[in-house]
Design a protein. Structure first.
Length: 248
């Protein structure tokens, strides 16, 4: 390639650099203007840094263009010195920005606390409503337990939700929070307590009939759940209760 062609390519690249420089300068100014409009007008701490750094960077960019158009030892040395000083100054400003930002947060902290205090009554109101809802659910569940509807085989949380008129999600959350267990374990615990009551009243009751009467599908499942809760199979538990009653 001839020297004339290399020269044209060189100046074309310089032109591209110049166009990009002014294009991104425009973009920066546009975004900065939007940022300044959204920033609290009383907050001058965050406003003063961006303009100072931008002026320095803009000057460095112009020196870079001049250096490319007239690459003399003087312009190259000037560009090197200015760019070095710029990045040193930029690092110092970056550090100071963090310090100023920390101080600014301290200044606005009382306002944030004030906002939190204002919100607290609303939170208290929400807690009050939640307590009222929980009281309503408790009342309906207590009535449902008193009627011993948990003894119905195959009862599901959807069935209870329809019977007492409480949303399934609310009902499930209430059971988990109040009884610290899931729905199936809660139902099984109610059934086991009823089975213990019947074993105490009628010591000779058939265990298969007992399992069916308290809502279990079969004796094996009943015995498994009973042992998990009481630590003993129902037959052994019944014998211990009988011995205890005779001893007393």
């Amino acid at each position: 390639m001839s020297k004339q062609g290399e020269k044209w390519i060189y100046y074309l690249l310089v032109l591209c650099y110049t166009v990009q420089f002014f294009f991104y300068t425009y973009i920066y100014l546009h975004i900065t203007r939007l940022w300044k409009n959204s920033l609290d007008k009383s907050n001058r701490t965050f406003r003063k840094y961006h303009f100072r750094i931008w002026i320095e960077a803009f000057i460095i960019g112009l020196i870079g263009i001049i250096t490319e158009l007239s690459p003399t030892p003087l312009t190259q040395s000037l560009f090197t010195i200015c760019s070095t000083l710029f990045f040193i100054h930029f690092s110092i400003q970056y550090h100071n920005y963090g310090v100023e930002a920390h101080n600014q947060i301290k200044k606005i902290a009382p306002a944030l606390i004030s906002d939190k205090i204002i919100i607290q009554p609303e939170e208290s109101q929400e807690k009050k409503i939640l307590k009222q809802n929980n009281d309503l659910i408790k009342e309906k569940i207590d009535c449902w337990i008193t009627d011993k509807k948990y003894l119905h085989p195959g009862i599901t949380i959807q069935d209870i939700s329809r019977q007492i008129g409480i949303n399934r999600t609310y009902l499930s959350g209430y059971i988990n929070e109040t009884y610290h267990t899931n729905f199936n374990t809660w139902i099984n615990n109610l059934r086991i307590e009823e089975a213990k009551r019947k074993l105490t009243l009628t010591s000779d009751i058939n265990l298969s009939d007992l399992a069916e009467s308290v809502g279990f599908a079969d004796l094996a499942h009943f015995s498994k759940i009973f042992k998990q809760k009481e630590g003993l199979p129902p037959s052994v538990w019944r014998k211990k209760q009988t011995i205890h009653e005779k001893a007393s």
